[in-house]
Write a protein that binds this ligand. Structure first.
Ligand SMILES: [Zn+2]
Length: 89
C-alpha cells in the first residue's frame, strides 16, 4: 500500500530524478530567470537540487541554457545560478 505517487523531476546538475521538494524550480522571465517556489509561473521550467554542488554542476554543463533551448544569454544563466549558490551558503 505504499505506492503513493511522488512527482519527480530531473536535476540539471546531477541528472538524477529527485522528488520535487528537494529541488529548486527555475523559470524563464522576460529579463532572465526566477525561482518559482509557489509554482505560479507557468511555462517551461528546469530543476536543480537544493545544494551548491548540483548548482555548480549545472553551471558547468550549462544546464539552464540547455533546459530552455532558447536564445538565452549564457552569462545571465550563470550569474543567476551563482546567486543561488550564495543563498545556499
Ligand atoms: Zn542534483
Amino acid at each position: 500500500m505504499s505506492d503513493r505517487y511522488v512527482p519527480k523531476r530531473l536535476c540539471m546538475g546531477c541528472r538524477e530524478l529527485k522528488e520535487k521538494d528537494a529541488l529548486y524550480r527555475i523559470v524563464r522571465t522576460e529579463d532572465g530567470y526566477a525561482l518559482d517556489p509557489g509554482k505560479r509561473i507557468s511555462g517551461r521550467a528546469v530543476y536543480v537540487c537544493r545544494n551548491a554542488e548540483c548548482i555548480r554542476k549545472a553551471i558547468k554543463n550549462k544546464g539552464l541554457n540547455r533546459g530552455f533551448r532558447t536564445g538565452t544569454d549564457p552569462n545571465k544563466g550563470r550569474s543567476f545560478l551563482e546567486e543561488l549558490i550564495e543563498q545556499n551558503g
